[in-house]
Design a binder for this molecule. Structure first.
Ligand code: GTP
Ligand code: MG
Length: 200
């Protein structure tokens, strides 16, 4: 079940623990959340540029929320749209929201971390938000390229190796690691629809 918010007045007030999922447009945020929740169909595919972006709160077993933040950055996004998402995202991440337990920043495993990702990680740290990084679409890289990027990009992030994961939402590979972070943050263990643990 999802709950949408266009402004701070619409953020859930039930106090359930929340984990935010952030990242550029098209990086795979919705796919990641769907894979973690064991859904096949995209709950929210890419929004038409110019439309008001919203924050989507996906309830997990009535005990927590995975929070799909609007995509930021991306060359195709005009200044107009940037003005739209920034106050919304900042109103969510700022101001010491007690129910926000952690944030996962998604980074495309082919592009690697850019200035915007590094800025956002530093900003989250300054806000006192426990932030981790997940590299997405790892299925698009061959094994050798993947191994090389794992080493060089981990070095560029201001995070310990244990706070960095590599996943494919398509195959399910690597999802167990962020699944463990989410369990530690919220107390909710994510499972596949058949009850089995997430694939590793
Ligand atoms: N091969 C592959 N494609 C993926 C994976 N995850 C997402 N995609 C594709 O990448 C595109 C964007 O995925 P979304 O999940 O909509 O990305 P998003 O970050 O939610 O995008 P916005 O909502 O626009 O910010 C879609 O075409 C997905 O099918 C993955 O693990 N592997
Ligand atoms: Mg999305």
């Amino acid at each position: 079940m999802a709950h949408d918010a266009a402004g701070a007045a619409q953020f859930p007030g039930d106090g359930l623990p929340e984990v935010a999922v952030a990242g550029r447009s098209n990086v795979g945020k919705s796919s990641f959340i769907n894979a973690l929740l064991g859904r096949r169909k995209l709950a929210r595919s890419s929004t038409t540029p110019g439309k008001t972006r919203r924050i989507h709160f996906y309830r997990v077993e009535e005990r927590a929320y995975l929070v799909d933040l609007p995509g930021y950055g991306y060359a195709a996004v005009g200044r107009q749209e940037r003005r739209g998402w920034r106050p919304l995202v900042e109103s969510y991440l700022r101001g010491g929201r007690a129910s926000l337990r952690g944030a996962i920043l998604l980074i495309d495993s082919r592009r690697g971390p850019q200035r915007e990702e590094l800025d956002l990680l530093r900003w989250l740290a300054a806000e006192g938000i426990d932030a981790r990084a997940v590299f997405t679409k790892s299925d698009k890289l061959k094994a050798a390229a993947l191994a090389e990027r794992r080493a060089s990009w981990a070095e560029r992030l201001p995070l310990p190796g244990a706070d960095i994961a590599w996943v494919s939402s398509r195959s399910g590979r690597g999802l167990a690691e962020p699944g463990r972070w989410i369990a530690a943050w919220t107390g909710v263990t994510l499972r596949r629809p058949d009850g089995a643990p997430l694939l590793n």
